[in-house]
Design a protein around this ligand. Structure first.
Ligand SMILES: Cc1ncc(COP(=O)(O)O)c(C=O)c1O
Length: 430
């Protein structure tokens, strides 16, 4: 075997490519989808009063199954987690002039949901064990304008949900969990997504279970359910015509899930624990392998929490290996290994927030007459997020089905190869 690093012209450790599919679509999904296709009702929704306002049979069945799985009273399906997040922020009655405190290290849809309601995202830092919102940073950012806390159970590990809930209760705020990356994770015996007033799930194609696209809000709050159902399906045309509690008016969208998607979601949900167990097994093997390398720190699983490893985050200690993260990542990628430097750029550094241009060119919602503050999105706002993004974090997605021990071994072999050839790699920088 040619021992030279692939980045220096040698043979890569991994010669094949990673499999595409991350879920099993088998007879169960086919049967469900065909049943809908043959029945002809590809969507069960209608935007008028009556039973169809709440969707078709498969949508309702999927919602029931979510309730059973999450041990919660209500589930409202959406056509993505992005629309589900928007629905949740709307149901929390967030609007112009309001602030919502959210994570600075997440996928863009988390904070976009706040802008979609013409409200102001206030980015708090994450803490460096769970990578969820840091309760201390959240507390520092609470003002009289704060209406909600939107935390993210990032990479598959619960945030510090008890502390965040305690803050939310103390300041009378709504706590929402973006649980898109952590379906099935446990937090002191409860499923994540059920500790906040609303929890958001994603069913997009790269999540643990999927319907191509799709999302769900779960909640025990009856008032939220009603609002969520209205915003999902053109609520403005049924207000005044159906029974509802104290909702005066609502602007809705078409955020409806099709019957085919919902039908596929039913057997998918039944496989969630199985997929998570595969992720946990592969992650356990990877954690074991990483013990040999002091410069690569495995993710921490907090007491009382389980991790479902949507991604596997690694702490990179440059001082212990003597090369930059960037060079290490390039060398690993050249060996054919799937990994990324950091995760998403700190959200507030994206042009949308730097330029503060969201709707048209009049500065709305930042220069809205209802908002008289100057919001801070400057570099240095969230130091842990910036440190992880710029220097200390590596993420890999190899812990998912249908990967196995083989991919873990390839990962470890590539790291060993880099260590063995460290001096020639270092010369690259001279
Ligand atoms: C944390 C988080 N929130 C929201 C979303 C949006 O999900 P969807 O693609 O279902 O809209 C994602 C998708 O990657 C995500 O990772």
């Amino acid at each position: 075997m040619n021992d030279a690093l692939a980045i220096l012209g040698g043979e890569p450790v991994k010669k094949d490519i990673y499999p595409i599919h991350t879920t099993i679509i088998d007879d169960a999904e086919e049967k469900e989808a065909i049943e809908v296709l043959r029945g002809g009702h590809l969507s069960g929704f209608s935007a008028r009063p009556g039973d169809r306002f709440l969707g078709g049979l498969k949508v309702k069945e999927l919602e029931d199954r979510f309730c059973e799985y999450f041990r919660i009273e209500n589930a409202v399906t959406f056509n993505s987690a992005t629309s589900a997040l928007h629905g949740a922020i709307s149901a929390a009655k967030i609007g112009p002039g309001d602030e919502v405190i959210t994570s600075s290290y997440t996928m863009s849809a988390t904070s976009s949901s706040i802008l979609h309601q013409n409200a102001i995202p206030i980015f708090a830092d994450i803490e460096d064990r769970t990578y969820g919102l840091d309760p201390v940073s959240v507390r520092d950012r609470i003002t009289e304008r704060t209406k909600a806390i939107l935390t993210v159970n990032l990479f598959g590990h619960p945030s510090r949900l008890n502390e965040l809930k305690e803050l939310a209760d103390r300041y009378n705020l709504v706590l929402v969990e973006d649980n898109a990356q952590a379906p099935g994770a446990l937090y002191h015996g409860q499923r994540t997504g059920t500790i906040g007033q609303m929890g958001i799930q994603s069913l997009n194609y790269h999540k643990t279970i999927q319907t191509g696209e799709g999302g769900v809000v779960i909640t025990n709050d009856k008032k939220m359910v009603e609002h969520l159902q209205l915003v999902r399906n053109h609520g403005e045309v049924v207000i005044g015509k159906i029974e509802h509690d104290d909702i005066i008016n609502v602007l809705g969208w078409n955020y409806r899930l099709t019957e085919v998607q919902a039908a596929i979601g039913i057997p998918q949900l039944a496989k969630l624990d199985y997929f998570n167990s595969i992720r946990q097994k592969i992650a356990g093997q990877l954690t074991n392998e990483l013990k040999q390398f002091d410069f690569l720190g495995p993710p921490i699983v907090e007491e009382g929490s389980t991790h479902v490893y949507y991604l596997y985050p690694i702490r990179f200690h440059e001082d212990r290996i003597g090369i930059s993260r960037s060079l290490f990542a390039k060398a690993m990628k050249a060996e054919g290994i799937s990994l990324s430097e950091g995760y998403m750029r700190p959200i507030y550094l994206e042009p949308l927030y730097q330029k503060k241009v969201v709707y048209g060119n009049r500065g709305c919602p930042f220069s809205c007459p209802f908002y008289d503050r100057e919001v801070n999105y400057k570099e240095g706002l969230c130091l842990t997020t910036e440190l992880l993004y710029n220097k200390e974090m590596i993420t890999t997605d190899i812990c998912k089905y249908p990967n196995s021990e083989k991919e873990v071994e390839e990962f470890a072999t590539a790291v060993k190869k880099i260590i063995k050839n460290l001096s020639s790699l270092k010369k690259l920088c001279e």
